[in-house]
Design a binder for this molecule. Structure first.
Ligand SMILES: [Zn+2]
Length: 293
């Protein structure tokens, strides 16, 4: 008998991770390949099509794609993902549906992550959850009463762009002092450079922090700012839990340092909001698959 599956595609700036997902929310087959973003839009789309065709089996109910940037879910358009050069208002849903002859949905990857955490992350179901991805930039998805909150113009969750520092560093969004400029990987690199005049990657700074006080200081400062930002989210929404993932979240103790700072600023709440590092495997794939319905 034919079985029914979904396909989830986590489109990143450097790699595409795609998975065949059964209706119990289990990734039964997975494929990873380079995005080849520098070769342009057509190549990236061809790579997505290749992944989906490799995974196709029995009945595919639909394909969900997580986009690393602002996305118009209703129209199925990737607006301008900063890590995909040459992408501007790409109608990805329409393009993929024509190539694949399957039902396709596209959504911002941080919103996909929050959905995956909500649907697959916890045995004890929660109804209100915020998922934050801290990598090169900062994204988030907000689940309220069991539903993804999209806000007007689908643009809720831009937590990375709350103002956190007066007269602070300029941000790509056009403002200055945004959380993303103080708590992301790019922020760690900038703060380390300001102290040492050395250009290192976030991974290199994380490694160096085991023995170097300035590297440690850059990471601790970022964690402190993230904690303050997340405290603002916690006192505004009072979710049951805030889950953090992304490259920066993997730095040892980063999430626990952020939580420690955040808890200091939640005094008004009768129940403090725990901030934890995600334990969900393949959250990107599961989240993308879950937007199909
Ligand atoms: Zn900004």
């Amino acid at each position: 008998m034919e079985k029914e599956y979904l396909i989830g595609v986590d489109l990143g700036g450097t790699k595409i991770e795609a998975g065949l997902v059964d209706l119990n929310g289990k990734v039964v087959k997975k494929i990873v390949m380079p995005t080849e973003a520098s070769k342009g839009k057509a190549q990236v789309i061809q790579n997505i099509v290749f992944c989906v065709n490799k995974l196709r089996k029995d009945t595919i109910l639909g394909v969900g794609v997580g986009i690393p940037g602002p996305t118009d879910f209703r129209r199925g358009v990737a607006m301008n993902p900063p890590n995909l050069p040459g992408w501007k208002e790409v109608p990805l849903k329409k393009i993929l549906e024509e190539k694949l002859h399957l039902n396709v949905a596209v959504e911002n990857d941080a919103k996909c992550f929050a959905l995956a955490e909500y649907k697959c992350g916890y045995e004890k179901k929660v109804q209100n959850l915020v998922g934050i991805t801290v990598g090169t930039g900062i994204g988030s998805g907000i689940i309220i009463n069991g539903k993804l909150y999209r806000g007007s113009a689908d643009s809720a969750g831009e937590i990375g762009h709350m103002k956190i520092v007066d007269d602070g560093a300029k941000c790509g969004c056009g403002n200055s002092g945004c959380l993303e400029q103080y708590a992301s990987g790019r922020a760690i690199e900038r703060m380390f450079f300001e102290m040492t005049k050395k250009k290192l990657s976030t991974e290199e700074i994380a490694e160096l922090s085991k023995t170097n006080a300035k590297a440690r200081k850059a990471i601790e400062t970022a964690a402190m700012y993230l904690g303050r930002g997340l405290a603002n989210v916690a006192v505004t929404l009072s979710p049951e839990i805030i889950v953090v993932d992304g490259g920066v979240a993997k730095i040892k103790n980063f999430v626990s340092m952020a939580e420690k700072e955040a808890l200091n600023h939640m005094k008004i709440l009768p129940r403090k909001v725990p901030i934890i590092h995600s334990k969900t495997e393949d959250a990107g794939i599961l989240g993308a698959a879950s937007i199909v319905f």
